[in-house]
Design a protein around this ligand. Sequence first.
Ligand code: ADP
Ligand code: MG
Ligand code: ZN
Length: 486
Amino acid sequence: MPEWEAVIGLEVHAHLLTATKIFCACATSFAAPPNTHVCPVCLGYPGALPVLNRKAVELALRAALATGCEIQHRSIFARKNYFYPDLPKGYQNSQFDRPLATAGFIRIRAAEGERNITIQRIHMEEDAGKLLHEHMFDDVSSNVSLVDLNRAGTPLIEIVSEPEMRTADEAHSYLTRLRQLLMYTGVCDGNMEEGSLRCDANVSVRHFGEPLGTRTEIKNLNSFRFLGRAIEFEIGRQVAVLESGGRVVQETRLFDPGAGETRVMRSIEEAHDYRYFPEPDLLLLDVSSEWIEDVRRSLPELPTARMERYQRALALPYADAEALVATRELSDYYDATAEASANPKLAANWVRNEVLRVLNDRKIGIESYRVTPAMLGRLIKMIESGAIGGKIAKEVFEEMSTSGEAPEAMVERKGLSQISDPAAIREAAQRVLEKNAGSVEQYRGGKAQVFGFLVGQLMKETRGKAKAELANEILKELLGEISTPS
Ligand code: ADP
Ligand code: MG
Ligand code: ZN
């Protein structure tokens, strides 16, 4: 059986984080009462004129520059004509043959390592309204569909990839990294549940080395899980069709999460003819080199650059670097902790293992976490200087995660300082040996593993505060004296 290769291209829509809509002064808001953020422009009243929102263009430019796109100095809005109840104007304003940006890329994680996926284009457009299909009455004929136009005119960018992904995992990584970039740059809040980020997946299959096969487009995958499941299902379905001698039909499909399958939504014959033409009510979008450079300078350090810095300058492993750049807030937190502790490696362990675990357990974000980078940095310094032992440090960390108490204050208050005075440890060790005469006997009889037990007893005797190396050393010394009596 010849092997099949899947080919995947993603089209991603992202709401831009502007205060107002793309062509009018209405507020953009997710949860407002229906039809309270509307005006003649976004309702499509005849004669109302659109004015392009400069902030929307700036955010689109941020996304385009963060993905390494070429910015087109001149781009054009066009009318995409179709009829639907959530589209009061009868057309959507979009960019068609001359988009704002082209030829960018997203760096993804693939099985063989990192790889760039080409972004074909990024263009601006407006969102449509929302339909709510309500079951209001028992009498089925009285059921209604309601229209909420608050979302109509919300600024969007559409980011279109080349068909360069080969597995569901690669598509997952692409969307993860794209979403991460949009959030780092403040372009989009990345909320897939609320529809701020929406993804359509184009999927085809072919034998290795053959030209591209016929694709289907799967609409509205509103979670990472659905994206993966829908692509896997669709690959399997197409392979089955082809292997049974059939042909894949170009069509739009919808993923049904309940059934775990994709279903036909419309075939190519039902595809719209959008009759695109240039929007006569808007000027050509003219973006100057100065503006582009201003936006470029205002970008934060991006996740890929941070990952490289972590790996190269701080010698962190790939997996640590990737985990620490997950969000800009986490990455900033790590940077500050690394600096405060003066030990980037130890700081990476603490943030990646302990801090992330606590955040995950409590389902909170780093911004509402009580332990500041300064506090964690000082805790790490206390471990390094030997002021407290590793086990105690974990306890202090756990408690300060809840109380927010400063680590020094807690150590002081609870008397948790590490005991590194040999005389004090020897005294405690002697007590332990007296209390455990039986074990000492066994040790003397050649049962070496009893030593570990005795160390444990000594740590217990000192409430975990004895410096571990000293505890070992002194215990050995004392047992030596016992086992070779003079
Ligand atoms: P349309 O605008 O009609 O959706 P495009 O040619 O712009 O069509 O392609 C849309 C998306 O489909 C892009 O992300 C592209 O990468 C992807 N695509 C194109 N051809 C294929 C194919 N044969 N298999 C999988 N994806 C494809
Ligand atoms: Mg499409
Ligand atoms: Zn409006």
